[in-house]
Design a protein around this ligand. Structure first.
Ligand code: FES
Length: 105
């Protein structure tokens, strides 16, 4: 499984998010309560960047129409989104954040 270093933990402050480019993918990386999560940045409903959404209750709220996605699974929790976004396994080692690519899309 490919593991790619993407950020240092110090680059992603508590309850913030950041977009990283990995190949042709744009991935939103979240620090929620000092746990790290990664989802495709593009909302599954229309064109909006999930990294710009509010984060609470281990979910991110799409900034455009308000659909909520589970940070752990990428599932669409509320309408108007009905499809999940890809999620990626995040591993933290020695203050470095790595992504393991677990889905292709
Ligand atoms: S673009 Fe995200 S809910 Fe519509």
């Amino acid at each position: 499984m490919d593991k790619t270093k993407i950020l240092k933990t110090s680059e992603l402050s508590l309850n913030s998010s950041k977009v990283i480019n990995l190949g042709d993918k744009q991935i939103a990386v979240f620090n929620y309560e000092d746990e790290f999560y990664a989802l495709d940045d593009m909302c599954s409903h229309a064109e909006a960047s999930l990294s710009e959404g509010d984060v609470y209750d281990c979910k991110v709220e799409c900034p455009l129409h308000g659909a909520e996605f589970d940070l752990k699974t990428g599932s669409a929790v509320t309408l108007p989104a009905t499809k999940p976004v890809n999620n990626y396994k995040v591993v933290v080692e020695n203050n470095d954040i790595f992504l393991e690519m677990i889905q292709d899309a």
